[in-house]
Design a protein around this ligand. Sequence first.
Ligand SMILES: [Zn+2]
Length: 242
Amino acid sequence: MTEKIKAIVLKSTDKKEKDKNILLFSIEEGKFWATLKGVKSPNAKMKQAQIPFTFGEFILEDGKAGKIVTSFEAIESFREFSENVDKYFAGMGILEVLNVLDFSSASERAKMLVLCLRALKTMCFKKANPIYSLDKFFIELFAETGSALSTEKCSVCGSKSFDKIYINYLTGELVCTACKDFNCEELSKTTFGALRLLNSIDFDRFESLKLAADSEIALLRILVKNFEARFDAKIKLIGILS
Ligand SMILES: [Zn+2]
């Protein structure tokens, strides 16, 4: 059977002397491995298809040992990721999240792919700290999966006057002093400020966004802990939180 799908390359590994296996994420099929034949030679037509971040149209055929890519056309190659190490590590964080999560329906995968491409494009093409986009990616991911972080009121009692703000890692919610328990950690004023700003500003306005120094990293630490508790998954953000 031949099929044509749009997909993003999450990772690639060596296979035999000249071939590569690539892990793809698509709306139609979710995550799956496919083989690129003869792609390691310098003139290989499909060599772009072995590079993580590449988004394109793949034509696939069922072979004896799984799917084989027979044709590929790039839609977005995201070359900037190979030229800037900060962008690269931030972008890899997004691919890592796609790698650990499973989505049950095509509509969930469609939302996820759109969010992923928006965050990657902002990292690549806008003059803004790439960690802002990674933070925003987690915030939007929580919203898309049905549990947005509300920054305007305590998620338990509804009080809007926070003297101190805590995040409950178990529920992923923000709570006030009266409602905190041992699963909660206090958010500093600057971290909360960064979260509020990123909650209210869309990717296309990031070039004018300026968060307090290092608040984007402090926030990322909290968002990652939150993600791991919500989805019962571990992620490594190499080069950023290591
Ligand atoms: Zn409360």
